[in-house]
Design a protein around this ligand. Structure first.
Ligand code: FE2
Ligand code: FE2
Length: 201
């Protein structure tokens, strides 16, 4: 179990209260995943001089909206005047980009760094703060992840966060193309930016 007492009000309540709200939204398997992401994000925060409590909150909430029905996302895209092109994608994109709006309104989390970490955890972004990079990587390398290349991803991330980000951007793009799946334009921009910064992955 992760032992951390919230004192900084990234979330207006205790960690147990946050866990209770998240557990109402997620099935047990997904709930266990977000706790592993929290744990990994906290370790990466310690190693990269990022606030550990902020990383805990961001890790726990990153998939808050993952199991909501499509109608909720479509309604939110319209209600909050978001880019209508979003309607051409699905849960994989929505639960981050649109999910952040649910995190903000329902969990009363206002820190833009945490909200951007949620927004960008599936697509990445051209510019990502250290916290955003941490959540993006923690989601990819948490202990239960088991895919070819995950050990390399863990090693690179330990070496330098940005190396991990470039690796994930590249491999996710390769995976989508190989499966004849459409690529969200922002994911291509993420790849372009990070592969130029870290050409060796
Ligand atoms: Fe996710
Ligand atoms: Fe996740």
């Amino acid at each position: 179990m992760t032992e951390i007492n919230y004192t900084q009000h990234w979330f207006p309540g205790t960690r147990d209260e946050l866990l209770a709200q998240i557990s109402q939204q997620l099935k047990p398997k997904r709930f266990a995943h977000v706790q592993r992401v929290e744990h990994t994000a906290m370790a990466l925060a310690r190693a990269n001089d990022v606030d550990v409590e902020q990383a805990s909150v961001a890790g726990l909430v990153h998939d808050y909206a993952k199991q909501r029905p499509a109608e909720d996302f479509e309604a939110a895209i319209r209600a909050y005047d978001m880019d209508p092109d979003l309607l051409n994608y699905g849960n994989a994109i929505w639960h981050g980009v649109v999910g952040a709006e649910f995190v903000k309104r329902e969990l009363k989390i206002t820190d833009e760094d945490i909200l951007n970490a949620v927004r960008h955890h599936t697509t990445g972004a051209v510019y990502m703060t250290k916290l955003e990079q941490i959540v993006y990587m923690a989601d990819y390398i948490e202990p239960a992840r088991d895919f070819p290349g995950v050990e390399q991803a863990r090693k690179l991330t330990e070496q330098e966060l940005g190396l991990g980000v470039a690796f994930q951007a590249k491999h996710t793009l390769q995976y989508l193309v190989a499966k004849d799946k459409p690529v969200y334009p922002k994911s291509i921009m993420t790849y372009n930016a990070w592969i130029q910064r870290y050409p060796t992955v």
